[in-house]
Design a binder for this molecule. Structure first.
Ligand code: RIB
Length: 316
């Protein structure tokens, strides 16, 4: 196994215009049904948010990431986890209003259901967006998801200013289809997001999903994650595909596994690794994350990922 490249001081910074949520996580025997009252067996309040999770994963992977976020002042404790991971949090603003937060159920199979309240993630002003983009290095990466307001403005202005844009359309909404997706440098989608984006049946097999994505978004590099069915990377220029099988593990909590994958993928890319190394590291990190409770709390360190990869590489 060849050693992966590590980010150097010259690597292009990743700026993550990303949500920070306070996750209220309830452990339940099954996801609650309509009209049902269900007792939970455990309850925790932890840092989450697709944006914050991706930043933490990127930083724990050794990447250089600056988080652009907003949080209610009452929840400033949550910033410690971002800081401890090694992320730059100078551009996280503390506001007087309520933070973004979620109610998350996690069942005995590790599956989840999430109710999201946008809070401070939804109150970025045009002035603040302009200020953040003005301060960004040209040639850097902008990473974003769909939990903050005005992502259309942020994507368009970032492209105009020469940033490379990596986008994860989660949670998926109809407005996503109106974004300049063809100008993205990288698109991360799971099965549901891919199907909604190209308007095909969610149960379609990987080949059909890939073909539909290539037809809809020619020229765009796409990473398609299919959970236990592995992950694909579609090369926008050449049109060829790479496949990385998932590692068989017992899932405890899948919350944040996709975010862990994206953060590790971006860190490996930032360090100059090829797509197959990026896929391999991201898949290993996600496999570790699903074996642990919590979103941000379940994200592995780079040493844990290295050890996991070494063990997996050993002949049995
Ligand atoms: O992707 C997992 C995340 O989605 C959770 O941490 C929750 O905050 C929601 O944003």
């Amino acid at each position: 196994m060849s050693l992966p490249k590590q980010p150097s001081s010259g690597s292009a910074t990743v700026y993550n215009y990303g949500s920070i949520n306070i996750d209220h996580v309830y452990r339940v025997p099954h996801l609650v049904r309509p009209g049902e009252t269900l007792s939970s067996t455990d309850y925790q309040i932890v840092l989450g948010g697709k944006g914050a999770n991706q930043t933490i994963a990127l930083a724990r992977a050794g990447g250089q990431v600056s988080h652009w976020g907003q949080l209610g002042r009452a929840d400033d404790w949550a910033l410690e986890t971002l800081k401890d991971a090694g992320a730059d949090i100078d551009d996280v603003a503390l506001l007087e209003s309520a933070s973004g937060h979620t109610v998350i159920q996690v069942d005995d199979e590790g599956e989840n259901a999430i109710v999201l309240f946008g809070g401070t993630n939804q109150s970025f002003t045009p002035e603040r967006i302009d200020e953040l983009l003005t301060g960004a290095d040209k040639g850097g990466w902008l990473l974003l998801q769909n939990e903050c307001n005005d992502i259309d403005v942020v994507i368009r202005q970032a492209l105009e200013r020469g940033l490379k844009v990596a986008f994860n359309p989660a949670p998926m909404t109809p407005a996503i289809r109106e974004l300049p997706l063809k100008d993205l440098a990288l698109l991360f989608v799971n099965r549901g997001e891919a199907a909604a984006l190209v308007d095909i049946d969610e149960q379609s097999d990987a080949d059909a999903l890939i073909e539909a994505l290539q037809t809809a978004l020619p020229g765009v590099n796409i990473v398609l994650t299919l959970g236990s069915e592995g992950a694909w990377r579609i090369d926008g220029e050449r049109g060829d595909t790479l496949y990385q099988p998932a590692r068989p593990v017992q899932a405890v909590d899948t919350t944040g596994a996709g975010d862990t994958f994206i953060g590790y993928y971006m860190a490996a890319l930032q360090a100059g690794n090829d797509a197959s190394t990026c896929l391999e590291r991201a898949t290993a990190a996600a496999a570790l994350a699903v074996q642990r409770a919590g979103a941000a709390t379940g994200i592995p360190t780079v040493d844990e990922v290295e050890t996991f990869l070494k063990i997996a590489a050993r002949p049995s």
